[in-house]
Write a protein that binds this ligand. Structure first.
Ligand code: COA
Length: 164
């Protein structure tokens, strides 16, 4: 039984994240989506809300569980019995940062593998901060986030402007 972690801040979870999570289910028997508090990022949504939205967005994936991430990623992976961490790589700009994190994690536990999945071109430009920015200007979100996240963003920022 192979278990892998897909960690992130998920503020909020996007269609790009969902693509990575869905593809991860083909690589491991169980996927644990670990939602980090990321206090330094001053998230828009509370940790509880980010976990709730990730649970709703992945409810159709029977091998996916969503939990809050506690402490260091490497130690959390060990505690959860995960042997690999799976992350999405969108563009070359992600590489430097991911390289540093992976190297640090390797120093702490060389047995924990990190696997990168390339985002498809359609999601390469997508990030949670872009989604938050579009929502703050009441822009269209249909292609970027699942329906439950659209609703949560509308509660925060209001309805999109109508042309009629
Ligand atoms: N599709 C869309 N967006 C994606 C994406 C994808 N496939 N992959 C990443 N992103 C975006 C996110 O939306 C986010 O965008 P934003 O910054 O514009 O809001 C950005 O990439 C960064 O993602 P984030 O989820 O914040 O992840 P991260 O790479 O910064 O790492 C953890 C988060 C949880 C993995 C990391 O902080 C961690 O390991 N924390 C635990 C504590 C720890 O062990 N620290 C030491 C690590 S060496």
């Amino acid at each position: 039984m192979k278990r892998a972690l897909v960690p992130g801040t998920f503020d909020p979870i996007t269609s790009g994240h969902l693509d990575i999570i869905t593809r991860s289910t083909h690589l491991a028997d169980e996927i644990i989506v670990a939602v980090a508090p990321s206090v330094k990022k001053n998230p828009l949504f509370s940790l509880e809300k980010r976990v709730q939205l990730a649970r709703e967005a992945t409810a159709h994936l029977p091998t996916v569980t969503v939990v809050p991430l506690e402490g260091l990623l490497v130690e959390f992976a060990r505690k959860m019995g995960a042997t690999a961490v799976i992350k999405g790589l969108r563009a070359i700009t992600d590489f430097e940062y991911e390289f540093q994190q992976t190297a640090l994690n390797y120093e702490i536990d060389p047995k924990l593998e990190t696997i990168f999945i390339m985002s498809p071109p359609s999601y390469m430009y997508l990030s949670s901060s872009i989604v938050r920015e579009i929502a703050s200007m009441q822009g269209p979100l249909d292609n970027f986030v699942p329906a439950c996240v659209q609703e949560a963003l509308r509660e925060k920022f209001g309805e999109p402007a109508s042309d009629v």
